[in-house]
Design a protein around this ligand. Structure first.
Ligand code: SF4
Length: 449
């Protein structure tokens, strides 16, 4: 018998297909659904919608070191950092004793993309098999994945969720444009809480599609926050979707930037949703794949982009900077990377870095999860090209992994901020000189006249 045969016999390949409990619609009345925390505001609105629909859902906020330790225990440390955080947060929560494992299920979104984002569920199931084999995992996705454990979604719920993402994005933009400048501590947080409550009421009353009323209400509430006129350093946050948004994944990056006296500029979640829709259309165009679904995704994209433009107009009319226009993002992507590069966050990362530079945010943190090849290629790998295109762009790539210390990450960002402050001073001095020159040019002419 050959050596190869012996190894194969002693180590049979694990078949995970039938060894997990299925998630079913009937669990609506019997199970609590736990959701990992990626975007606190957006997910707060979305979970309220699911609660109104009769689901018992809870957003996880456990973020102690035990989360990472549980992740390391169950997920191979070569796997990307977000997979480790999500799995660890679930297992840590289940071990807290707060939940009855016989009546608890885990809910996770899946993008359906080609990278590991679509493979979190087997990793979570593997961890559960060792610790809580009775706990099912439900998948919320639009790609037809996990047919035997998919979270039930009808068209009405999908539309509700899409509006929730738009409102979450608008709220995030308004909050970040007010919080650094508030004259009364906590005024921006109070405005955000009031807006979340108003959005919740609109959903309860079935008026969630009245986007004009809702967005104008949010704009008015934030416009009433007393703010200083001081100009702060704007810092864009881009990168892989989990570490870009999740306070657990990015060591509370937004809070850190606010504490450093900066204005965080965070691109919207809807950009990622539209990125996924466009990729499905491009699959048919570039790779002759999914021709049938491409038409439906094309229609969905056009509708979402139309809505995005309308909401952006309302924000701009209210005196706030709008979010990126997705067609502008696509044009920005074309300057750096082909739209066929769509693994992970693919072309969206350089597109966001370029769009930030073109809209006045030249300082950028590119959040890089450990073990994420797509992000390293499309994010870090595009920085040189971006700096050639936008010479003042000041980008720092920060690694997030289980062994990186918060102090190291923050020190890297502080170095980038030191350059940002120098650039701001130089720009201010150049503008003052130009203004003086313009006055000087004007005075003799007036004298002559
Ligand atoms: S994009 Fe990167 S971090 Fe995100 S799931 Fe894929 S490999 Fe992991």
């Amino acid at each position: 018998m050959s050596k190869k045969q012996t190894t194969e016999e002693s180590m049979p390949t694990a078949d995970l297909r039938d060894e997990y409990p299925r998630f079913t619609r009937a669990m609506k009345g019997t199970h609590k659904l736990l959701v990992p925390n990626m975007l606190p505001v957006h997910f707060g609105i979305i979970l309220d919608i699911l609660r109104d629909d009769g689901w018992d859902v809870e957003l996880l906020t456990n973020d102690a070191r035990t989360v990472i330790d549980e992740g390391l225990k169950h997920v191979h440390n070569d796997t990307c950092f977000p997979a480790l955080c999500v799995t660890g947060q679930f297992i840590d929560a289940l071990k807290s004793g707060k939940y009855d494992p016989d009546h608890t299920a885990l809910l996770i979104t899946q993008s359906g993309g080609g990278c590991r984002a679509s493979n979190y569920i087997p990793l979570i199931r593997k961890a559960l098999r060792a610790e809580f084999p009775q706990v099912p995992v439900a998948s919320l996705n639009f790609a037809g994945l996990e047919k035997d454990s998919g979270f039930p979604l009808d068209l009405k719920t999908i539309v509700k969720l899409a509006y929730a993402v738009f409102y979450g994005d608008a709220l995030m933009a308004l909050y970040n444009q007010c919080k650094p400048y508030e004259r009364e501590a906590g005024a921006a947080d109070a405005a955000r809480d009031a807006c979340v409550a108003a959005i919740g009421r609109a959903y309860k009353e079935g008026k969630y599609r009245r986007y004009k009323q809702i967005v104008n209400g949010m704009v008015a509430r934030f416009a009433a926050v007393p703010r200083s006129r001081e100009e702060k350093v704007k810092v864009g946050i881009v990168g892989e979707i989990y570490v870009k948004y999740s306070p657990l994944g990015n060591s509370r990056l937004e809070e850190f930037l606010l504490a450093e006296g900066c204005e965080p500029v965070v691109p919207g979640l809807m950009d990622y949703v539209m990125y996924c829709a466009v990729n499905n259309v491009n699959d048919a165009k570039f790779y002759a794949k999914n021709r049938r679904s491409a038409f439906a995704f094309g229609l969905a994209y056009r509708y979402l982009h139309h809505m995005q433009r309308k909401i952006n107009r309302l924000l701009a009319r209210g005196g706030f900077a709008p979010l990126h226009d997705f067609e502008h993002l696509r044009k920005c992507a074309d300057k750096v990377l082909n739209q066929g590069v769509k693994m992970g966050e693919g072309w969206l990362i350089p597109a966001e870095m370029a769009a930030l530079a073109e809209t006045g945010t030249e300082n950028i943190v590119c959040a890089q999860p450990f073990g994420c090849l797509p992000n390293h290629i499309a994010g870090k790998g595009a920085i040189r090209t971006l700096k050639r295109l936008y010479e003042h762009e000041n980008i720092v790539a920060v690694d997030y992994d289980p062994s990186a210390t918060k102090v190291n990450q923050e020190n890297r960002i502080k170095l980038m901020l030191a350059t940002a402050r120098e650039n701001k001073q130089e720009k201010g001095a150049a503008e003052r000189q130009a203004a003086e020159r313009a006055r000087g040019d004007k005075e003799p002419k007036e004298g002559k006249g």
